[in-house]
Design a protein around this ligand. Structure first.
Ligand code: SAM
Length: 225
């Protein structure tokens, strides 16, 4: 996928405004400009390589968006898709809201709340073509958080390190109960010490059983295993 000069300029602006916000609030441990560029911005944009990201008009939910990754870089580069960033921490979403102004982003909406509640809300349940999640939870917990939002036939993308064998093994029950099928492991390499990472892509094959997600705190405290 080609990134236009205007998008490149706006990604640089994102690097700047993120660093400004991060110096006021503790959005992320990444504080060095190069590290923000590689570890946050480039890492987010890897999803653009995926077949499922090629269409326009997609409705995409980023769960646990925190300081806005992968939400903001993807929203800059996919202007014809609608993005929603969800997180339980209002001050982080407020910071993202401020960042969207100089970035001229009008395809981003922010929703405050817990996944366990929003996943049972008909406004969000089964609504999204793609759900993205980076650094949110182990796979078995993440699937319970994220799968309820995905349309049947849609996808969930998890940003992970290369060491996922145990997480994958421990997600077998979650994958079965939440009708999620692992369709692809997309490995990539970032420059310098960032090294090899991967995206795990799951397809949701059927509607989510009404009992998921369970009550607030239960998916994490008592993961499907
Ligand atoms: N995705 C961002 C990134 O990669 O930089 C931020 C990741 S941060 C480590 C995880 C975020 O998930 C936090 O901002 C936290 O508030 C949010 N989160 C964790 N569990 C949640 C839940 N059950 N409901 C809503 N938000 C949650």
């Amino acid at each position: 996928m080609t990134i236009t000069d205007d998008q490149q300029d706006r990604l640089r602006e994102l690097q700047k405004v993120f660093l400004e916000e991060n110096s006021k609030l503790n959005l992320s441990a990444i504080r060095d400009p190069d590290a923000v560029w590689i570890g946050n911005i480039s890492d987010s944009l890897v999803a653009l390589d995926l077949e499922i990201f090629q269409e326009d008009g997609l409705k995409i939910l980023d769960i646990g968006t925190g300081g806005g990754f992968p939400l903001l870089p993807l929203a800059i580069c996919k202007p014809h898709c609608k993005f929603i960033g969800m997180d339980s921490t209002q001050k982080k979403l407020d910071a993202i809201g401020r960042m969207t102004i100089p970035l001229h982003l009008n395809n981003v909406r922010l929703v405050t709340g817990r996944f366990e509640e929003k996943g049972q809300d008909q406004q969000h349940r089964d609504m999204y073509d793609i759900v993205t999640a980076r650094a949110v939870a182990p796979l078995n917990v993440l699937l319970e958080y994220g799968a309820p939002f995905v349309k049947p036939g849609g996808h969930l993308i998890a940003w992970k390190s290369m060491k996922v064998d145990t997480e994958l093994e421990e997600s077998l029950l979650a994958r079965a109960n939440l009708s999620c099928h692992l369709t692809q492991q997309y490995a990539y390499e970032l420059p310098g010490d960032w090294g090899k990472r991967q995206l795990l892509i799951f397809e949701k094959l059927a509607n989510t059983n009404a009992k998921y997600p369970r009550e607030i705190g239960i998916p994490k405290k008592n993961p499907l295993i």
